[in-house]
Design a binder for this molecule. Structure first.
Ligand SMILES: CC(=O)N[C@H]1[C@@H](OP(=O)(O)OP(=O)(O)OC[C@H]2O[C@@H](n3ccc(=O)[nH]c3=O)[C@H](O)[C@@H]2O)O[C@H](CO)[C@@H](O)[C@@H]1O
Ligand SMILES: C=C(OP(=O)(O)O)C(=O)O
Length: 438
């Protein structure tokens, strides 16, 4: 699907309907991206299950195919990859620029081929997307880089283990370093590493291939490189960001929703954030139930002070759920400070919510005060990024009247068949524009 086409897709949303029923989260986009890239670390076949069929993954599949790797969908969400040989060459500029995940080919290609040339990656335009941590780590593992035009990296003497202190716990930076370290000779220690569920999932996949990694889930990873990698079948874990989005959806539409196989072990900080908004969920086995009769009463800090919801690297409240939490806060009784600590431009979409009737003061690019509840009115909206787009969809579903959401390609970058899945719960979303692919 071309970018121009996907931008033309609209959702026409009829707000104000109660939803009900069960929904299952897709596989985690941010786990599937590095794991597809990591399949290039081995010359043996790999089968990946529960891969979300979303635009970002389709783009990465095309990029991987352009490297001469056999890659094909076996079923709707099962991907078969066999990187028996990998042909290094400059990665396609247009495809690379579409996704942040293209940078994740750097580690595997350096390890497998000794060099990689790729244009700067894309991804959400939500502030500066620094790559310094990637280069800092890969350089210490023996890579050289030249950033004059494109990203040009080589490891003429091969990669070798090192004791690396990351300058910040970058998610994709940690993932690239981990993949390179598995292919390096000797032992690597990654300190100040990211530990998000998707970083853990990648580590488990590398272990399934035969890699030796200690400290999975902590901020210090020890990787014994140079082991012979084989083949593996791996199931991508549920997307905890999608689960957070569905919690917000249930809360703003005052609906009871069961989120099946929600990956409940990864939800503590998310649930804590929503509890601060008066949204209480119940865990039943592997499922998460969001009851329809929420208090939606903002929980003040001790002494009656205005509470804050802020994001930080894992295990804190995830940055990618912040936009959803902001929309949820517009429907809650009380005042709350939303503090986006990680990205510089993720909060600007609140002007759209203000236009719908929300009471929000954007204090600066990182902080917004939300005072609720507000009755939202349907309007025409433009989706600036994947999470703001989803947040607007939630706002449209709880607003009075009809909304039009343009640039739906942004939402479909990360949420699989979201209109169909939410309509199955009783939502009224009409997708207008080009046909969905696939
Ligand atoms: C493909 C993919 O996996 N994308 C995710 C990945 O992006 P990505 O790997 O690009 O994000 P990074 O973890 O590198 O950094 C995100 C932002 O947070 C800042 N930062 C990071 C660490 C820190 O301690 N303090 C701090 O302020 C960084 O400077 C940057 O501005 O992780 C982000 C943070 O979870 C998510 O939003 C993205 O969805
Ligand atoms: C920011 C995100 O994605 P990306 O890093 O791929 O742009 C996201 O998933 O919210």
């Amino acid at each position: 699907m071309s970018a121009a086409h996907s931008q033309a897709v609209q959702f026409i949303v009829e707000g104000g309907n109660r939803l009900s029923g069960s929904i299952r989260p897709s596989g985690n986009k941010n786990a599937a991206l590095p794991i597809v890239a990591a399949a290039l670390c081995t010359e043996h076949p790999v089968t990946l299950e529960n891969v979300p069929r979303i635009r970002d993954i389709e783009t990465l599949v095309e990029l991987v195919r352009s490297l001469g790797v056999a890659i094909s969908w076996q079923e709707r969400n099962t991907l078969h990859i066999h990187a028996k040989t990998v042909t290094p060459g400059e990665l396609d500029r247009e495809l690379s620029k579409k996704i942040r995940g293209s940078i994740l080919l750097a580690g595997p290609l350096l390890g497998r081929c000794g060099r990689v040339t790729l244009p700067p990656p894309g991804g959400d335009v939500i502030g500066r997307r620094r790559l310094d941590t990637h280069f800092l780590a890969l350089e210490q593992l023996g890579a050289r880089y030249d950033l004059t035009d494109v990203i040009d990296m080589s490891a003429p003497k091969g990669l070798r283990g090192a004791d690396v202190f990351l300058d910040e716990p970058s998610v994709t930076g940690t993932e690239n370093a981990m993949m390179a370290a598995v292919l390096a000779q000797g032992t690597t220690v990654l300190r100040n590493a990211a530990s998000e569920p998707h970083v853990q999932d990648l580590a488990h996949f590398l272990v399934a291939l035969g890699g030796r990694i200690e400290g999975i889930g902590t901020n210090q990873l020890t990787i014994h490189g140079g082991t012979k990698l084989g083949s593996a079948t791996h199931r991508i874990g549920p997307d905890h960001i999608e689960v957070g989005s569905f919690i917000g959806l249930a809360a703003v539409t005052k609906s009871e929703i069961r989120i099946e196989r929600a990956g409940v072990e990864h939800l503590r900080s998310t649930l804590m954030g929503f509890e601060r908004l008066g949204v209480d969920c119940r865990i039943e086995g592997e499922d998460l139930i969001v009851p329809g009769d929420q208090s939606l009463l903002v929980q003040s800090d001790l002494g009656g002070h205005v509470p804050t919801i802020s994001d930080q690297p894992w295990p804190a409240f995830p940055a990618d759920v912040m936009s959803i939490a902001i929309v949820t806060a517009t429907q809650c009784h009380g005042m709350v400070m939303m503090h986006e600590k990680m990205f510089e431009s993720r909060m600007f979409f609140v002007d759209k919510l203000i236009g719908m009737g929300a009471r929000i003061v954007l204090c600066d690019p990182h902080r917004a005060i939300v005072s609720g509840p507000s009755r939202l009115r349907g309007t025409t909206l433009e989706s600036p990024d994947i999470r703001a787009g989803m947040a607007m969809l939630l706002a449209a579903l709880c607003a009075e009247g009809t909304s039009v959401i343009n640039n739906v390609g942004q939402i479909e970058r990360g949420y699989e068949r979201i209109d169909e899945r939410l309509n199955a719960l009783g939502a009224r979303i009409e997708r207008v524009g080009d046909r969905r692919t696939p």
